[in-house]
Write a protein that binds this ligand. Structure first.
Ligand SMILES: [Fe+2]
Length: 372
């Protein structure tokens, strides 16, 4: 069974290199151990695969080198390697095989062993094999460190670039709200309503986060609509209406070059589709409309109805709710309207979101809000 050797300082510097020798021949183990200890390694022993794994499980590891025979009673060396790699992937495996077992030794290499040595072996060759295996593992570690460092740096830079994008888009939304007095706060309120509906529907994590971002950005394309059209008090001409209708596509054109926003584009593009297929820009119907767009359609329309616009006064909340209910199955997804009705009474608006006229009493301000 195992015993922890008290060896001199290892040859790899301050840290003592630890080797587990696994062989059913006690005499061979003791010879190998003696020579390795003379060379400065710390050596433990096991007589088969099961015993080696037990040593690892009992907390005697980690080992730098697993030096194992192939043919042993109980668990053989190949099975041991397969199990060992799962538990301790940083160990360099070396198999000791007889000449006749060369094919098996090659199988061991395929299973993750660093090298093999044929019995009987010269101890100098064994020492060189061990050193080479340690170097190989060290190189693997360096490559892995470099890769994970690179990934971290790329992620950091991506986060910086994304936050710059978000800030510039936020500035565009503020510019839009500055020129479109009547929709000031609209994007934020639509976000609050969409999130309430999405949560009611059981949407979670990334999908809910994408819904939030899409809701904030859904009307960004109105930046391309003339101010005189956005704030026109009277009826729009066909040409002016066509200008308004283009805003989802304009938003997509603005956001498309930025990879960070790409997952949001379908839901932004289709937020004016109707469930019955009579919306724009693509006249999609039913489930062909992205779920986030169907949610935003309800939130957007409810906010539009309850806000005073250039061309009409706000509807009372109860009337707006009745209108949403009436349009279930035509303008709106009949599965989403009940979710809106269920959560509507619970919706509260964050303190920093401007409210439509006369809304202050109807919807209290308590809802926490995250930045885009
Ligand atoms: Fe819109």
């Amino acid at each position: 069974m195992t015993s922890v050797a008290s060896s001199p300082e290892g040859i790899s510097g301050a840290a003592k290199v630890r080797i587990l020798v696994v062989d059913d021949e006690e005499f061979l183990r003791s010879i190998v151990r003696e020579r390795l200890e003379i060379a400065g390694y710390s050596v433990d022993e096991a007589s088969n695969g099961n015993e080696a794994l037990a040593i690892l499980s009992n907390g005697h590891g980690p080992y730098d080198i697993l030096l194992t025979d192939i043919r042993m009673p109980g668990m053989d060396g190949i099975t041991l390697l397969g199990e060992w790699v799962k538990k301790s992937p940083k160990t360099a495996g070396i198999v000791m095989s007889a000449n006749a077992e060369l094919d098996t030794a090659l199988s061991a290499l395929k299973m993750g062993a660093c090298d093999y040595i044929t019995k009987p072996f010269n101890f100098d060759v064994l020492l060189i094999t061990i050193e080479n295996s340690l170097r190989k593992k060290d190189l693997e570690r360096q490559v892995e460190d470099y890769r994970s460092n690179l990934e971290r740096k790329v992620k950091e830079q991506t986060d910086v670039i994304n936050s710059m994008y978000v800030r510039s888009i936020d500035a565009m939304i503020k510019a839009l709200e500055a020129k479109d007095y009547y929709t000031r706060g609209h994007s934020q309120r639509v976000t609050v309503y969409s999130m309430a509906i999405g949560t009611e529907l059981g949407i979670k994590e990334q999908e809910l986060e994408d819904l939030r971002r899409a809701s904030v950005l859904h009307d960004l394309g109105k930046i391309g609509v003339r101010e005189a059209v956005l704030n026109k008090p009277g009826k729009l001409t066909d040409e002016e209406f066509a200008e308004i209708v283009r805003h989802p596509e304009t938003a997509v054109r603005i956001l498309e070059p930025i990879p960070f926003f790409r997952p949001l584009l379908p839901s932004i593009l289709h937020h004016h589709e109707r469930y019955d297929g009579r919306g724009y820009p693509a006249k999609l119907s039913g489930d062909k409309i992205p779920l986030a767009s169907r949610i935003m359609a309800v939130a957007d329309t409810f906010d539009a109805m309850t806000s005073t616009r250039a061309y009409r006064n706000a509807l009372p909340v109860a009337d707006a709710i009745a209108e949403v209910r009436r349009c279930s199955g035509s303008q709106f997804d009949p599965d989403i309207v009940p979710a809106f009705l269920a959560c509507q009474a619970k919706i509260v608006i964050p303190g920093d979101v401007s409210l439509p006229d006369g809304f202050e009493e109807a919807i209290p301000r308590r809802f926490p809000q995250k930045p885009v």
